[in-house]
Design a protein around this ligand. Structure first.
Ligand code: SIN
Length: 496
C-alpha cells in the first residue's frame, strides 16, 4: 500500500486540471486548499479553475466527440472495464485518498471504490445494449427505424459525499453512450476525481473524452458550461437549491438535465416488524457516511406498539458506534465534511432541544482529545420530536436520528409523504401486504423494504418531487445520455 508521504506527494499537485489528456494549472494560476475533515489540516493545494479553463475543457470534449461517439460501443466498453479493473487493483490507495479528503470511515471508502467501479462495469454492458427499435408501419411503403445516439458533450457536476461513486455513476453511462465529458468535482473533494482521471487515461480513454476542472468557484465554471451551446447536457448531484438554479439556467438553451437533489427520507417501522432487523436497517440507512447521503433516514416513524422496544435497542446501538478518524480501521462514524456541515447539524439539534425534544444519545460536537481538532459530531438520537422543528423539514446531513411515534398505517403514509422531497423511504414490516401497500403509497423514487441500503449499479436511483429529475443507474441511467432519433423510410414497391 502507498505510504502517506508518497500519497501526499502525488496528490499535492498544483496541476489538477485534466484537459485533453494533459495535467495543467488554471489560467489564473490561483490555487485552493483541500482539508482533512478529521484534523482540520490542509492535505493539498489544487488549481482553482475559472471560466476560461471551463471553456478549454469544452473545446477538448467537443473535438473528441466525433471519434469517440463513432467508436463501436464494444470498444468503449473494453476501456470502461479496464478502468474498473484498475480501480479494484488500487482500491486501498484510492480509498485512503477518499477518506483523507472527505473523512468517511476507511472500510466504507473501500466499499465506495468497489461501488464506483461497478458503475463502469455495468454501463460497459449497457452501452453494448443501447438498442434502437424497428416500429411496424401503418402505411404500405413506409418503414420506421428508431436510433439511439449520444447527446454530445456532457457537463457533470458531482458532490463531495461520494467522491468516487458519484463521478462514475455519471461518467460511466455518458462514456458508454458515446458522449464526452467535462467534470467538476466538489471543491471539498477534488483528489479522488484526479486519481480517477489517471485511471481513465491508463485504461486507454483517448485525450479529450473526459476532462476535469477543479475549482473553488463552482458558479463560474457551471455558468461557463451552461452558456456554451456545445454542452448539450448537465448532470448534477447536490442540493435542491442549486439544482433549481442550474435548471433555470439550462432552460435558456433547452439543455437536457438530470438532477439528483436533496432528500428527507422517512423510515416507517410497523408494529409487526422484526425489531432487530428494523434497528439494523435503520442504523445502516442513518449512519452510513456519518449521515451524509441524500438517502439517509431523516425521520424515523415508529408505531406505538413497538416504539419503546425499538427506541431502546436503537439507542443502545447508536451509543455503541465508534467515532474515530476515518483512517483508523475500526472507525464507524467519521467527521462531517466541513465546519459549515458541523454548524448546520448543531443548529438542527439545538433547535429541536430548545423546542422540547429529548436527547437519548449524543447531541453535541466532540470536544475531547484528538477528535476535537476535526469536525466530529456524536451520533445522536432525539425523542419527542415535532413537525415544527427544523430537523423535520430540512435535510440535516449528519448523524442525527429523530424518533416519532405514530398510531395508524394511513397516518404513517400521510406524514411520510408530507415533504417537498421524494427521494428515498424505508419500511420495516413482516406483513407482505402491508409492505406492498407502503411501497405503492409512498411518493418516493426509492423504497427500502426491510432494506436500509437499496442502491446498487443495476437499479434506478432518483427522486420524485423536488428531489430531482431523471434516473441514474440501471438500464434507465444510460437513456439520460441518449437522444432518440426517428429514421422514416419510404420504400418503393417491388417491381412486377
Ligand atoms: C447519494 O447520497 O447521493 C448517493 C447514495 C447512494 O448511492 O446510495
Amino acid at each position: 500500500m502507498m505510504s502517506d508521504a508518497a500519497l501526499h506527494e502525488r496528490i499535492n499537485t498544483e496541476q489538477s486540471l485534466f484537459i485533453n489528456g494533459r495535467w495543467s494549472e488554471s489560467a489564473s494560476g490561483r490555487r485552493f486548499p483541500v482539508f482533512n475533515p478529521a484534523t482540520g489540516q490542509v492535505v493539498a493545494h489544487v488549481s482553482d479553475g475559472d471560466a476560461a479553463d471551463a471553456r478549454r475543457a469544452v473545446d477538448a470534449a467537443y473535438a473528441a466527440f466525433p471519434q469517440w461517439s463513432r467508436l463501436p460501443a464494444y470498444r468503449r466498453g473494453v476501456m470502461l472495464r479496464q478502468a474498473a479493473a484498475l480501480m479494484y487493483e488500487r482500491r486501498d490507495e484510492l480509498a485512503r485518498t477518499l477518506t483523507l479528503e472527505m473523512g468517511k470511515p476507511i472500510r466504507e471508502a473501500r466499499g465506495e471504490i468497489s461501488y464506483a467501479a461497478s458503475f463502469l462495469e455495468w454501463f460497459a454492458g449497457e452501452g453494448e445494449r443501447a438498442y434502437g427499435d424497428i416500429i411496424p408501419p401503418m402505411a404500405p411503403g413506409k418503414r420506421h427505424l428508431v436510433l439511439k445516439q449520444p447527446v454530445g458533450v456532457v457537463a457533470a457536476i458531482t458532490p463531495w459525499n461520494f467522491p468516487a461513486a458519484m463521478v462514475t455513476r455519471k461518467v460511466a453511462p455518458a462514456l458508454a453512450a458515446g458522449c464526452t465529458v467535462v467534470l467538476k468535482p466538489a471543491e471539498q473533494t477534488p483528489l479522488t476525481a484526479m486519481a480517477l482521471m489517471d485511471i481513465f487515461a491508463e485504461a486507454g480513454v483517448p485525450p479529450g473524452v473526459i476532462n476535469l476542472v477543479t475549482t473553488n468557484d463552482p458558479a463560474a465554471v457551471a455558468d461557463a458550461w451552461l452558456s456554451d451551446h456545445r454542452v448539450r447536457k448537465i448532470t448534477f448531484t447536490g442540493s435542491t437549491e442549486v439544482g433549481k438554479l442550474l435548471m433555470r439556467k439550462a432552460a435558456d438553451q433547452v439543455k437536457r438535465v438530470s438532477l439528483e437533489l436533496g432528500g428527507h427520507a422517512p423510515v416507517i417501522v410497523f408494529d409487526d416488524a422484526d425489531v432487530d432487523k428494523a434497528v439494523r436497517g435503520t442504523m445502516a440507512s442513518k449512519f452510513r457516511n456519518s449521515g451524509q447521503t441524500c438517502v439517509c433516514a431523516n425521520r424515523i416513524y415508529v408505531q406505538k406498539g413497538i416504539y419503546e422496544r425499538f427506541a431502546e435497542k436503537f439507542t443502545a446501538a447508536v451509543r455503541n458506534l465508534r467515532v474515530a478518524d476515518g483512517l483508523s480501521e475500526d472507525a464507524e462514524v467519521g467527521p462531517l465534511v466541513d465546519e459549515a456541515a458541523l454548524e448546520k447539524v448543531t443548529a438542527h439539534v439545538e433547535d429541536a432541544v430548545a423546542r422540547g425534544a429529548e436527547l437519548l444519545a449524543g447531541g453535541r460536537r466532540v470536544t475531547e482529545g484528538e477528535l476535537a481538532r476535526g469536525w466530529f459530531f456524536l451520533p445522536t438520537v432525539l425523542a419527542g420530536v415535532r413537525d415544527d422543528m427544523r430537523i423535520m423539514r430540512e435535510e440535516t446531513f449528519g448523524p442525527v436520528a429523530p424518533l416519532i411515534p405514530f398510531e395508524h398505517e394511513a397516518e404513517a403514509y400521510e406524514r411520510a409523504n408530507d415533504s417537498p422531497y421524494g427521494l428515498a423511504a424505508y419500511v420495516f414490516t413482516e406483513n407482505i401486504s402491508r409492505g406492498i401497500r407502503a411501497a405503492e403509497r409512498l411518493e418516493y423514487g426509492i423504497i427500502g423494504l426491510n432494506d436500509g441500503t437499496p442502491s446498487t449499479a443495476q437499479v434506478p436511483f432518483g427522486g420524485f418531487k423536488e428531489s430531482g429529475i431523471g434516473r441514474e443507474g440501471g438500464p434507465y441511467g444510460i437513456h439520460e445520455f441518449l437522444e432518440v432519433k426517428l429514421v422514416g423510410l419510404a420504400v418503393d414497391e417491388e417491381p412486377r
